[in-house]
Write a protein that binds this ligand. Structure first.
Ligand code: T6T
Length: 329
């Protein structure tokens, strides 16, 4: 599709009431914009899938997309990548900040250098941008799943799987990450609907699936009546599921996973994992690029764009309308 007509069509659907083409900004569209996407880490199927969606939008809009990230989910390794990207002066930065506080000042440097920032997946500060208050409201938009809702969905699914009674816990990454903090918050608050369920202390695994597997076994050793676990992201879920298998408790300890890489889908098919809440990372990448492009061409953009979920279980995993949300490796 020709570039401008694509923009008009997309703007009409995605940026309702916000995108107004003017004579002043029409010329800006002839420039080939450079947008850099900085993921939480480069090797995670979630961000690999996000990159594909971002590339699809970039191709449609004639944008040059660069993908620059760190090998692990850690502000210590992400900030130097960000600094190097700022030095190259792209037209806009899309970033999944690995800590909601620690990335504020590093990202402010981008904003001060005149590079608009869109946060994708995770946010900084409170995630409420362009409010005129606080030191972290400068990003132009936040494009992501509703992670509180996702956590609540996980709680209700796990409660059903365990017959609304017994002990469960959250396998999580580390405090300070907006997404996984919100999933835990949503999970715990929805679990209050089930008085027969006790939520044990959260186990933090630093995004290390092996650590999550050992923690599952340790929690089970202390609580032989453990009935379920919520893995709050890809590595937490994968590790918790492996821990259940290693403990010989497949089917007895129910596993609800956030994220849907092929490994988790295999575990759904084998019965080790009950269901996965798939995010739509390609959508996040796609609308991240569209948002930056709209801003760069002089249009106003929504300060938050919410993307959806698809719940994958044994009954629907082979349906092509569901299977298309399994992440790319
Ligand atoms: O769950 C995703 C992402 O949403 C989160 O912010 C970090 O972990 C993942 O990338 C999965 O590993």
């Amino acid at each position: 599709m020709e570039r401008r007509s694509f923009f008009k069509a997309t703007a009409a659907v995605a940026l309702v009431g916000a995108a107004v083409m003017t004579a002043d900004n029409a010329g800006a569209q002839d420039k080939k914009f450079k947008i850099t996407l900085i993921p939480g880490l480069t090797t995670d199927a979630f961000y690999i899938t996000m990159r594909k969606g971002a590339q699809a939008a970039a191709d449609a809009l004639g944008v040059e997309l660069d993908f620059q990230g760190a090998p692990d989910f850690n502000p210590v390794t992400q900030v130097p990548v960000l600094d190097a990207v700022i030095a190259k002066k792209p037209d806009a930065i899309l970033i999944a900040p690995t800590d909601k506080a620690q990335l504020v000042q590093p990202l402010k440097k981008a904003n001060d250098a005149g590079i608009p920032v869109v946060t994708v997946d995770t946010f900084i500060g409170t995630g409420k941008y362009q409010t005129g208050s606080g030191d972290a409201d400068f990003p132009i938009s936040y494009v992501a799943s509703d992670n509180v809702l996702g956590g609540a969905m996980a709680a209700r699914a796990l409660a059903k799987a365990v017959g609304e009674k017994g002990k469960v816990y959250v396998s999580n990454v580390k405090p300070g990450i907006s997404t996984t903090d919100q999933r835990e918050e949503g999970f715990k608050s929805a679990m209050k609907e089930f008085p027969g369920i006790t939520v044990l202390d959260t186990q933090f695994n630093d995004n290390d699936a092996n650590k999550a597997a050992s923690q599952l076994q340790a929690v089970y050793a202390r609580n032989s009546d453990l009935v379920g676990v919520f893995g709050a992201n890809l590595f937490s879920a994968l590790g918790a599921a492996n821990g259940v298998q290693q403990a010989g408790q497949t089917g007895n300890i129910k596993v609800v996973a956030f994220d849907a890489p092929t490994s988790i889908v295999d575990n759904i098919k084998s019965g080790l994992v009950d269901l996965a809440i798939a995010q739509h990372p390609a959508e996040i990448g796609y609308y991240g690029v569209v948002t930056a492009y709209a801003h760069l061409t002089g249009n106003s953009v929504p300060t938050a764009i919410g993307t959806g979920f698809t719940v994958i279980d044994k009954a629907n995993v082979d349906d092509p309308n569901v299977a298309k949300f399994i992440y790319s490796d």
